[in-house]
Structure formats: C-alpha cells, structure tokens
Design a protein around this ligand. Structure first.
Ligand SMILES: C[S@@+](CC[C@H](N)C(=O)[O-])C[C@H]1O[C@@H](n2cnc3c(N)ncnc32)[C@H](O)[C@@H]1O
Length: 188
C-alpha cells in the first residue's frame, strides 16, 4: 500500500504535460531528466559492462546511454518520441565525444521497438501507464539475464529483485530504483 501511494504521488508532475496536450499527441509523458547521480546508480545496479547493449526507452537528452558509453565503453540505443529530445541527445553525444558507432539515437514510440530482443540492459523513467503497457514485452521478448532498471515507477505485476531508496542532494523527496533480471523460463 505504501509503495502504491508513493507511485501515485510521484506521477503527478510527469502527468501535467499529458493533460495539457489532450489526445492530439502520442507524446504524453513530460521530459524530466534523471539526475546524474541517479544515472550513475542505475548503471551500477545493472552492473553494466563493455559487452552490454543498453536501451533507454524514452531517452530524453540521452544522458543514460551517453554516460554508459563514456564510462563503460558499451553500446547504447536511445529512443524518444519527441524530436526536440533527439536533438538534445545528439548534442549530448557531441559534448561527451561519444560516436554514433557506440550510441544509436532513434525517434519513435518506445512501445514499438523492433529489435528490443537485442538489449542486455533496459533503463526506464516512465509513467505507470507506460510501464503497464510495456510489461508484457519484457517477459515475452527479452533474453534471460537481461537487467531492467526503472526510476521511480515499477512494473505493476513484476516483483522487483531489488529496490533501492536513497536521498539525492537538493531533491525534495527520496528516489526509488527498481531492478529486475529476466530469468530462464521454468521447465515444464
Ligand atoms: C521522464 S523523461 C525520462 C528521460 C530519460 N530517460 C532520463 O531518465 O533522463 C521521459 C521521456 O520519454 C519520452 N516519451 C514519452 N512517451 C514516449 C513514447 N511512447 N516513446 C518514446 N519516448 C517517449 C518523453 O519525450 C521524455 O523525453
């Protein structure tokens, strides 16, 4: 119950954009960047290494995949529906001197990623309604061993393997990070 109340309270700021935009646009989740200290923590939780392929579904300015490439030398894919965020992501890559060989930024709907099976790590900072829609793809499409880390909003029906709550300097509330590892299907 406590977790449900926290998720409901956290959803309010991200939802404001959806209400302003009405039904005309599919871009329903406001851009709120993950603080850099939280980005680092998410990558640590997933134990990212050079051989990983990190997807950020709703990548904003690309900071998660750019940090992963810069710090661990791994490849990344960032997907965002908003063209302004694609420009931001390409600017982040230029600033960090991360090449397009390492990070692929794509405009599109993160619920319709054609090659999601290739991911070994998935990062998320999206609203509960998106998490609910994405959840069936996690079990159906991802390889065993794939790690998923979500900032503040968990999947509604998947029990996380790890939950981390921590304080961020100058943030009015604690942060919650959830992690899942996709398991081998049970043998019948
Ligand atoms: C809360 S921000 C998170 C940004 C980034 N992942 C981070 O943690 O810093 C959510 C992002 O998802 C994007 N977005 C919303 N709906 C989307 C969808 N259906 N497909 C792809 N991107 C979407 C928004 O444009 C926004 O940039």
């Amino acid at each position: 119950m406590r977790n449900l109340l926290i998720v409901a309270a956290l959803a309010v700021p991200l939802l404001a954009f959806a209400q302003d935009q009405g039904e005309k646009t599919p871009c329903r989740i406001i851009y709120v960047p993950t603080e850099q200290v939280v980005v680092e923590k998410m990558l640590e939780m997933a134990k990212v290494k050079k051989t990983d392929l990190v997807f950020d579904l709703g990548c904003g300015d690309g900071r998660i995949v750019v940090t992963a490439a810069k710090k661990y030398g791994c490849k990344g894919v960032g997907i965002d529906i908003d063209p302004a965020r694609i420009k931001d992501s390409l600017a982040s890559m230029r600033k960090a001197e991360v090449s397009k060989d390492l990070v692929d930024i794509r405009q599109g709907d993160a619920l319709k990623v054609k090659d999601l099976e290739k991911a070994t790590v998935i990062m998320l900072y999206m609203l509960p309604e998106f998490m609910e829609k994405l959840e069936p793809q996690m079990k159906a499409r991802l390889k065993p061993g794939t790690r998923i880390v979500a900032h503040d909003y968990p999947f509604p029906n998947m029990e996380p393997d790890q939950v981390v709550e921590f304080e961020v300097k100058d943030s009015p509330r604690p942060k919650f990070l959830y992690m899942w590892t996709i398991r081998e299907p049970k043998k019948k």
